[in-house]
Design a protein around this ligand. Sequence first.
Ligand code: SF4
Length: 444
Amino acid sequence: MALTGVQIFKLLPKTNCKKCGFPTCLAFAMKLAQGGADISACPDVSEEAKATLGEASAPPIRSFNLGTGDKAVKMGAETVMFRHEKKFVNPCAVAVNVKDTDDNLAATAEAVAQSEIDRVGQKLRVDAISIECASGDSATYEAAVKSVAEKAPDAALILNCKDAAAVEAAVKAVADRKPLINGATDENAEAMAAIAKAHACPLVASADGLEALSTLTEKIKGFGVEDIVLDSGAKSAKEIIEHNTQIRRAALKKSFKPLGYPVINNVIRDDSILEASIASVAIAKYASIVVISSIEKWKTLALFTQRQNIYTDPQVPMQVEQKIYEIGEPTADSPFMITTNFSLTYFIVSGEVENSKVPSFLAVMDCEGLSVLTAWAAGKFTAAKIAAFIQESGIADKISTKELILPGQVAILSGALEDKLEGWKITVGPREANAIPTYLKGRA
Ligand code: SF4
């Protein structure tokens, strides 16, 4: 039986620590009761409380991993229809499909293994390879799966095959990678569920339309498989938007468990531009996995960028890690500058330091992702806080002259900072980042 917000509240730590993203334990409890939050967001809740919460604590959209290891992709666990209500949490995985009859199969797998790019401090990559059984032959399929697994050792694997015997052989070869079995239909559900259960692998349920799909997921669950991915058969952009939205709404607003799972969309088209466009629609509207046919760099860059923007928390500015960054190969005599950890600020400042060709140390201070002036105005980039950060950073042991170059926009801090940082010289640097190269070269 579902618990009320007050009943759930009684089981929470009641410290109002806000780590869950809600201002109080009661607010979190109320949201949990509505199915709009996941109990795992509270790091301090006891195991006993979790067990007691039972169904009430189950996320409205089941959460599990695609793949294993560091690069596994967490799916599901979404709690809102619209990003501005809170945030979307688990970015859609991009998977590329290869056929077991394709001569270039190994090359595609290698390309996936090398697909990672760095964009504003985040590593983005093609996450998975879907291996399609086009040959209809178990031995050919198993060999293809092994070959892909070997060439792309970190990628998640999707076994795209409706033949239970072929899946059984292939899954044994890569069982440690926990492949997603994309093969259950109404006809073969029992056999596929048995394989998925035996190897603790997630299973895609494929049906034509949402009614048939919910019947199928219940059937699969009855066979003992919990980690299910939904394929509603949506093909056109219109169908993808409609089906994915209805699935999300049923799970979140109606607590309809048979559709409370992540969604996979196959968007493969002969026309690459069309394929990228439909993939983009799926990423925007609730897909957890989008399957494409090839990984041209223009296509993946566009999809990665869109995915990154959609899954960025709208209430939290993009941030980089607080630390002392070494740009070039600085020595004890190199300049030492400071800025804040707003990603854009960091990338502009570090880019201009690089342009100067003057090796430097750049201290990036955690100001909750605010730019220099905003952080100063918000009391997060103050003389006392900067002094504490510099003293704890250990930079004094790396440079021969204790000189700190402040952003020109906060020149006002220089006097107070000299008082707080005993033995340091505080120099005011340029107001604008584009003046940094001339400034640093002038000092060299
Ligand atoms: S994280 Fe847990 S203890 Fe902290 S406010 Fe949220 S529910 Fe309460």
